[in-house]
Design a protein around this ligand. Structure first.
Ligand code: G3H
Ligand code: 13P
Ligand code: ZN
Length: 311
């Protein structure tokens, strides 16, 4: 099966009350871990590439690795640009074979976000590519995405219809309390998502696919392994999995997960090197790291997203 857009995936996910996993990829082992998990679960898949990942691994290398994974698995795979910040990067990814792009105008004033998103949608649709836009701002820090808590804001349900109808965008990322990275909620506080805002958005945009970013759950056992083997991660709290399950049953059709894979990979490599300090063959520690990613993704697909068996 050739690489696909997310159109059909979202339609089925919306009707079926589940969500598609969108996992960030940076190298071969990450791509293999994710796609082997999806194959075993027979799940549709979105592999997403950030600007930082393109800089690190090179567009062509990532594209060819994803094409190899698609040949190996035979699964419907959508290749998506994560957090595109300009028309130029979206165009470059569309011209370079991606089937989906995100234009993240969430930091712009409303009218400018509409203008930029519409420009990307016109180019993308002319080339058979779909577009994700964003309204509202998530807090959090990752390589190219860095928003202070005081600069974050929830999506305003009264804005979504105008944004979608004026831009023609195919899906919409919203801010309801998730955030990027491993430190989403303060230790000692109860994690909360604004499901009331999500419900309002669903009412204002019937039958329309919603996207949740910042949806790692930051498993404490993995943080403990990192710290046991020389790491120094402060108390980290992610989005509880039952909340993600609840979101997956609603209009949320795409759930973005990156930090949990980073954590699984890092915990595995730290543990391996801690227990085998003389090892210097990268295959010795990358093999269990790839397996650790696979196990995390299998769990997400089956237990959190509900998309096992839906490919
Ligand atoms: O939301 C951002 C993604 O997790 C990608 O992070 O920009 O560090 O590659 P990155
Ligand atoms: P996490 O940092 O919670 O994994 O979120 C990833 C993300 O939203 C990528 O766009
Ligand atoms: Zn994101």
């Amino acid at each position: 099966m050739p690489l696909v857009t997310s159109t059909e995936m979202f339609k089925k996910a919306y009707e079926g009350g589940y969500a598609i996993g969108a996992f960030n990829v940076n190298n071969m082992e990450i791509i293999q871990g994710i796609t082997e998990a999806a194959k075993e679960e027979n799940a549709p898949l979105i592999l997403q590439v950030s600007a930082g990942a393109r800089k690190y691994a090179n567009h062509t290398y990532l594209m060819k690795l994803i094409e190899a994974a698609e040949i190996e698995t035979g699964l419907p795979i959508c290749v998506h640009l994560d957090h595109g910040e300009s028309f130029e990067i979206c165009k470059s990814c569309i011209d370079g074979g991606f089937t989906s792009v995100m234009i993240d105008g969430s930091g712009l004033p409303f009218a400018e976000n509409i203008k930029l998103t519409k420009q990307v949608v016109e180019y993308a649709h002319d080339h058979g590519v779909v577009v994700e836009g964003e309204l509202g701002r998530l807090a959090g820090v990752e390589d190219a995405v860095n928003v202070k808590e005081e600069d974050s804001s929830y999506t305003r349900p009264e804005d979504v219809f105008e944004f979608v109808s004026k831009t023609g965008v195919d899906s919409l990322a919203i801010a309801i309390g998730t955030s990027h990275g491993a430190y989403k909620f303060k230790p000692g506080t109860k994690p909360q998502l604004r499901f009331d805002i999500l419900e309002q958005i669903e009412k204002n945009l019937p039958n329309y696919p919603i996207v949740l970013h910042g949806s790692s759950s930051v498993p404490q056992d993995l943080v403990a392994i990192v710290n046991q083997y020389g790491g120094n991660m402060p108390d980290a709290i992610g989005v509880p999995e039952d909340m993600l399950r609840q979101a997956a049953r609603s209009a949320v059709c795409k759930i973005n997960i990156d930090s949990d894979l980073r954590l699984a990979m890092t915990a595995s490599i730290r543990k391996h090197m801690g227990e085998n300090p003389a090892d210097f063959d990268p295959r010795k520690y990358l093999k269990p790291a790839r397996e650790a990613i696979k196990q995390v993704v299998k769990h997400k697909l089956s237990y959190v997203l509900g998309c096992s068996g839906k490919a």
